[in-house]
Design a protein around this ligand. Structure first.
Ligand SMILES: *Cc1c(COP(=O)(O)O)cnc(C)c1O
Length: 230
């Protein structure tokens, strides 16, 4: 059996509807389709999803080509982006959730100026130390803010955060609340061109906690599509 023929369209539609019903109207559902076949994306689209998240450029490119007939999809890059692929990322994605360094932000800003686009972005921040992950530490983020505020070709809309692997629910809740408070404290700085409304947080295992803390975008994969093929 091929991967495509194993997609259970009814189950995906049912999961989309069930989860939608639990989300506040202001929370955007991003269906994370990394390692999922195009048929899974079509099934979620048929159920009304228009926001899709992918981690890797190459994988996304193949799917975007296969889905060229769907002109109203918003594509979200949620994985680490290497500087040398930044131009391609801007051409393929309307949102970049994973700006994890000042250097990457500056590169994207220069490229956006060149391409004449203004990508919507989130700054990926590590609320607690998490060496395996990329992302701004809190210190790095505060230090970078005045420079980030000058990157006028980027539409920096908010923060993205992922708790470290195997974090217990109580700590996860604290991390999400701390991210919300960080966003609010950044806004109190009154920096020109840097007013953050978005919070990209919550995955299959923790999205109810993220919503309780004010998430505006949940990124859901396995709970919609089932386990990812290895
Ligand atoms: C894979 C991934 C998700 C989705 O994870 P699930 O646990 O399958 O919901 C969300 N965000 C990022 C950054 C991811 O890499």
């Amino acid at each position: 059996m091929t991967a495509a023929s194993s997609v259970d369209r009814d189950r995906i539609a049912h999961r989309v509807q069930t989860i939608r019903a639990t989300l506040p109207p202001t929370t955007r559902l991003i269906a994370v389709t990394k390692k999922q076949p195009v048929a899974a994306i079509r099934a979620a689209y048929a159920a009304g999803v228009r926001d899709f998240g992918e981690s890797r450029l190459q994988e996304a490119e193949a799917k975007q080509a296969a889905l060229a007939d769907y002109s109203d999809i918003t594509w979200h890059l949620i994985g680490h982006l290497q500087s040398n692929k930044a131009r391609k990322a801007l051409q393929q994605f309307q949102w970049i959730h994973s700006i994890d360094s000042l250097k990457l932000a500056q590169r994207l800003d220069a490229l956006a100026a060149d391409l004449g686009c203004q990508p919507r972005c989130c700054l990926q921040v590590k609320m607690v130390p998490d060496p395996p992950k990329t992302g701004f530490t809190l210190e790095e983020l505060w230090e970078a803010l005045p420079t980030l505020a000058q990157l006028v070709h980027l539409d920096i809309q908010g923060l993205m955060t992922i708790p470290p692997l195997n974090t217990d629910p109580e700590t996860t809740q604290e991390i999400f609340e701390a991210a919300r408070d960080l966003r609010d404290r950044i806004n109190l700085q009154g920096l020109d061109h840097l007013y953050l409304t978005a919070l990209s947080m919550g995955m299959s295992g923790d999205y109810p906690l993220a919503i309780a803390a004010g998430s505006t975008m949940v990124r859901l994969g396995t709970t919609l599509f089932g386990d990812r093929p290895a």
